[in-house]
Design a binder for this molecule. Structure first.
Ligand code: 5RP
Length: 267
């Protein structure tokens, strides 16, 4: 692997081999979704605790401080919306020249396997890998399911992750599911766990992240369950403890509760 590619991956994946990515890209198809109406305000207290920010060029330019040292994963697919016909009908929205101009550490796009737009989105991935590899920029593939959240099982997600890796993704982001080890074991590149819609309790998040980490994930790309939480900073810090300090789900819940109540020193 060339120096540039290695260097970018090492910005994203920390020396312990783990990573905590914070996605705030949801507006590209959801518009001003709850708690992300003003992305700059949402991320300000969270930036010190994330290992990378997953964001579109528009929000990057308008809402992210230029002097940040948080690496950027640029969302480069889109073209659909929640009120349109089919979320899967995505194209590439952002050139590699633009990714270089914005000093992105990686680029990310969605693939919709099993959808009407499977071929198109997989060819988007292949094209992006062709372009990005030329400049030493890693590609993160997002195995998206659109509105069909029930698709999230090990057989389907394992298939998606493997195909994304085969086409050249350097990292694959997928949903947690039962038997997550089957997903990770069939994927030759690192897997990060996506969050999905906000869960009822914080403990549920800590439990699936802990389980996913035990089963081989290298980290998370988790948004709504952090920034839609009433206490986003305690939430991200508790998740960091699972990812970087091997905390159990119960320990993370204790960390969350003590930070929330102010018992633990708030950074
Ligand atoms: C949205 C995405 C998000 O990055 C991904 O879904 C993770 O965010 P969340 O934890 O809120 O699901 O790809 O298109």
């Amino acid at each position: 692997m060339d120096w540039g590619m290695k260097n970018r991956l090492s910005q994203l994946i920390k020396p312990d081999g783990k990573c905590m990515f914070l996605p705030i890209d949801h507006g590209y198809f959801l518009g001003p979704t709850s708690k992300l109406e003003k992305p700059g305000k949402t991320i300000k207290p969270l930036l010190p605790f994330c290992d990378a920010l997953f964001v579109t060029r528009g929000v990057l330019r308008s809402c992210v401080p230029q002097d940040t040292n948080v690496p950027i994963i640029l969302r480069v697919s889109g073209g659909t919306s929640i009120v349109g016909k089919d979320l899967a009908n995505e194209g590439l929205t952002t050139s590699i020249k633009e990714a270089v101009r914005l000093n992105a550490a990686a680029v990310g796009l969605s693939v919709f396997i099993g959808s009407e737009y499977e071929r198109q989105t997989l060819l988007n991935l292949s094209q992006l890998v062709n372009d990005a590899e030329e400049y030493g920029i890693p590609v993160m593939a997002v195995t998206a399911v659109g509105k069909e959240l029930e698709k999230r099982d090990a057989r389907y997600l394992g298939l998606c992750c493997r195909i994304a890796a085969e086409l050249g993704a350097k990292v694959v982001k997928t949903y947690w599911c039962e038997d997550f080890d089957k997903v990770v074991n069939g994927c030759p590149v690192p897997v990060v766990i996506a969050g999905g819609p906000k869960t009822e309790t914080e403990l549920q998040v800590f439990e699936f992240v802990y389980d996913g980490m035990q089963k081989g994930a290298i980290g998370v790309n988790l948004g709504r369950n952090i920034w839609q939480n009433a206490h986003p900073v305690p939430m991200i810090r508790a998740l960091r403890a699972v990812i970087h300090e091997k905390a159990t789900a119960k320990e993370a819940d204790d960390i969350y509760n003590s930070l929330k109540s102010g018992k633990k020193d708030k950074k």
